[in-house]
Design a protein around this ligand. Structure first.
Ligand code: SF4
Ligand code: SF4
Length: 181
């Protein structure tokens, strides 16, 4: 029969010797390889006791940003939801009322903002699309959960701590890669 490629290899079907038929040499060789790995450096990280250093371009859990006065940046324009290839973002906009100027930076804000982390592929397109510096992907990731609803992150889960009332938590959430404005 003619071969389609030149990678065809003839299998050696020679009869096994008595020692080979006991499979002992093969077992000893396999055990030797296994034991030799005991003394090598382990690439496994024992999470959660230890954590890996992430790449500077790592894209993790989303954070909804605030400005330096603690006001929410998001204006519920919907561009992030339109840009999202996984259709993971849902939001409902609302009008800012008189007296709420300290809470929301723009006249319109997201009364509801949800990201389905089971859909999200952490591509970062929502961050790219946002004209208000309102969403970015942080260096943390969504923790494991036994329930589907545990992966639907609401605004209260995503919103960054207030820089005025919780400056330390805010700086920690910002991390080193996003400049504090
Ligand atoms: S990171 Fe990508 S998939 Fe996830 S919410 Fe943003 S745009 Fe959608
Ligand atoms: S996060 Fe940005 S793009 Fe998305 S609705 Fe808010 S302002 Fe618009």
């Amino acid at each position: 029969m003619q071969a389609l490629t030149n990678r065809v290899k003839q299998v050696d079907r020679k009869k096994l010797s008595f020692i080979e038929s006991l499979y002992l040499p093969a077992i000893i060789k396999g055990m030797f390889i296994t034991f030799s790995h005991i003394f090598k450096r382990k690439p496994t990280v024992r999470y959660p006791e230890k954590t890996r250093t992430f790449s500077p371009v790592f894209r993790g859990l989303h954070v909804l940003n605030r400005d330096e006065q603690g006001r929410e940046n998001c204006t519920a324009c919907g561009l992030c939801a339109v840009a999202c290839p996984a259709e993971a973002i849902t939001m409902e906009g609302a009008e800012r009322k008189p007296g709420e100027e300290g809470l929301y930076r723009e006249e319109k804000y997201a009364a509801r903002y949800e990201i389905n982390m089971l859909r999200c592929i952490f591509c970062g397109l929502c961050e790219e699309a946002c004209p208000k510096d309102a969403i970015y992907l942080s260096e943390t990731f969504a923790p494991a959960n036994f329930q589907r609803k545990g992966f639907i992150y609401g605004k209260e889960d995503l919103l960054i701590p207030n820089p005025v009332t919780e400056p330390e938590a805010y700086a920690k959430a910002k991390g080193g890669r996003v400049a504090v404005k």
